[in-house]
Design a protein around this ligand. Structure first.
Ligand code: SAH
Length: 354
């Protein structure tokens, strides 16, 4: 059994009473409380993800899976999703894939939140839950999907001071939490390309995210399959403070109400690719969500849905634009795919190395 995540009051007390805590430990504890105690998705919640915007998103992922699986020789496989939210993406994807005869042996959800586990079970009959990637079955190829999962995992922050890089900490000051440079020397943690940055620069690393994608990559190398990762982020290395809090669809102070707002950070896709590659998997190029959805045929899907429901034409076009257009999610959100040795080139990517 997992320990219950600390309450926000406990978090503030612990940080204040003991000593400053790393941004990473703070983010992990705050998000554990946040996700364990609510369903944060949708208009009435704090944020809306792509599968909650439109069924087209999950359906095109289902098409991507069915196409890859067909060209891989239609092997028996297990569908895995990391942080599946309400299960909407999985439901849409597996419905679309089933039209091509593509049905998994089982649905496996890596999820820590009891509240979201309940929502997922209501949506996906027979789905099994797992605490971590290492608990997934080892008997068949895996097709793994992760949408807006890696951005919720804890990041370390480092700040350049006059005397070198320091790990950024959270401390209690006048009853409030605030970030400070801290006293832990951290020159060794900084990617070489970023070492020469000016004072006050912040650099982030995400070792938990790297470890998780590496576990997935080793599974793919051992039992075959593919992984599709979708998130907001960039090709690295890049400097800058990307830690953000969102509450009721607005940005908030990440340190103001621990455990009551969604804490995320931009995903460094280059770092994820570098963590996966040693396992021996093929890593795709990085595609923007807009390009990828267009290549997978979102405009054809929009046409079909609009023809079936002409009264919803404006609503459907609005959903498509939100997912695809550069001033909405189209450029900021990106995808990379991992494929096991012997698996075909995945659709939607150019084939050039990341
Ligand atoms: N993929 C969904 C939900 C994104 S929100 C969607 O696109 O709608 C982030 C998801 O990751 C939630 O399901 C949350 O409970 C889960 N999550 C966050 N941290 C986790 C962790 N350490 N291990 C497993 N799941 C986690």
């Amino acid at each position: 059994m997992r320990d219950a995540p600390p309450t926000p009051e406990r978090l503030i007390q612990d940080i204040g009473a003991a000593r400053p805590t790393t941004v990473a430990d703070y983010m992990a504890a705050a998000n554990a409380h946040y996700y364990a105690t609510r369903d944060p998705l949708g208009a009435a919640g704090d944020f809306t993800t792509a599968p909650e915007i439109s069924q087209m998103f999950g359906e095109l992922i289902g098409l991507w899976i069915a196409d890859l699986w067909t060209r891989a020789g239609r092997p028996p496989f297990r569908y895995v999703e990391l942080g599946p939210g309400r299960g909407t993406l999985a439901a849409d994807a597996l419905r679309a894939a089933s039209r091509f005869g593509c049905a998994p042996l089982g649905i496996h959800l890596v999820e820590t939140s009891p509240a979201l586990r309940a929502a997922q079970s209501a949506r996906l009959a027979g789905a099994e839950h797992h605490d971590e990637v290492d608990a997934l079955p080892g008997d068949a190829p895996l097709v793994i999907v992760a949408n807006e999962f890696f951005d919720a995992l804890p990041i370390h922050q480092y700040v350049r001071t006059a005397t070198g890089w320091r790990e950024r900490m959270v401390e209690r000051r006048d009853g409030r939490l605030a970030p400070i440079a801290g006293s832990i020397p951290a020159d060794d943690a900084i990617p070489p390309a970023l070492c020469g940055q000016p004072e006050d620069t912040i650099v982030e690393t995400a070792p938990v995210a790297a470890a998780i994608i590496q576990r997935c990559a080793f599974r793919l190398a051992r039992q075959s399959g593919a992984m599709l990762t979708i998130d907001y982020g960039h090709a690295g290395p890049a400097a800058g403070d990307t830690l953000q809090a969102v509450k009721a669809h607005r940005f908030a102070d990440p340190f103001a109400n621990p455990g009551e707002a969604d804490l995320t950070a931009h995903v460094d896709f280059t770092a994820l690719a570098e963590a996966a590659r040693p396992a021996g998997v093929a890593v795709s190029d990085l595609a923007t969500q807009g390009d990828w959805l267009r290549r997978l045929g979102i405009d054809a899907r929009l046409k079909t849905l609009t023809a079936a429901a002409p009264g919803r034409a404006d609503e459907l076009k609005g959903q498509r634009d939100r997912l695809v257009e550069a001033d909405a999610m189209g450029d900021l959100f990106k995808l990379i795919a991992l494929t096991a040795p012997g698996w075909p080139q995945p659709a939607g990517f150019t084939g050039d190395p990341a």
